[in-house]
Design a protein around this ligand. Structure first.
Ligand code: ITT
Length: 197
């Protein structure tokens, strides 16, 4: 069965492919001929994930799934949230985003935060959502060189180091994205629509 992952991020494609049955032909956006930027205009992470998957299903008539993620900080009432990538502006700079986050948290004791990923699967017209959450806190300064985005300031609960101080394997064992992908993969493996192919 053909299944599109609504991304052109080859790293994400390979990660999911390695977890699926070989009978599932996982395709990127470019592989199905989708060259346009997918809109993310609903104002929520779950909404954007649904919006992207629905767009691809309706316009390209292929079963597909899309993901969206963000960082929610308790003391900032859930910001940067759905705007995590553009928190400090449309230049999408990870270091500007972190600087603004640390500035907005100056003097605030409550550093609790979480990463969230929502994946939406469109299968024969029906939508299914899978959520992954990683709880943690925002450090006082940047530590580590690995990962991306807010990783240098995010310390997962139960750890003394930031996500940027972990190897990719370590991060992939606990990350919000990995947790959502795990749920999606279990659903696909046990779903007769897929095993019948
Ligand atoms: P694509 O949508 O093109 O895949 P993106 O950068 O927008 O890329 P996401 O929607 O997954 O990626 O995440 C939105 C932002 O949330 C991202 O730019 C980061 O600032 C932050 N973020 C998400 N996952 C993260 C992670 O694992 N580590 C650090 N920051 C993360």
């Amino acid at each position: 069965m053909k299944l599109c992952f609504a991304t052109n991020n080859q790293h994400k494609i390979e990660e999911v492919k390695s977890m699926l049955l070989p009978s599932i032909d996982l395709m990127s956006l470019s592989a199905i001929g989708c060259k346009e930027e997918l809109a993310e205009t609903t104002g929520t992470i779950a909404g954007n994930s649904h919006q992207k998957a629905e767009y691809v299903f309706r316009n390209y008539k292929v079963n597909c799934f899309a993901d969206d993620s963000g960082l929610e900080v308790e003391a900032l009432n859930g910001l940067p949230g759905v705007d995590s990538a553009i928190y400090a502006g449309s230049q999408r700079s990870h270091s500007d985003n972190i600087s603004l986050l640390l500035k907005n948290l100056q003097g605030i004791k409550n550093r609790k935060a979480r990463f969230i990923t929502v994946i939406t699967l469109f299968l024969n017209g029906a939508a299914y959502q899978f959520e992954g959450i990683l709880n943690g806190s925002i450090g006082l300064d940047l530590r580590g060189e690995n990962g991306f985005g807010y990783d240098p300031v995010f310390i997962p609960d139960g750890f003394c180091k930031t996500l940027a101080e972990m190897t990719m394997d370590e991060k992939n064992k606990i990350s919000h994205r990995a947790r959502a992908i795990e749920k999606l993969v279990k659903f696909i493996i046990w779903n007769p629509e897929f095993s019948r192919q």
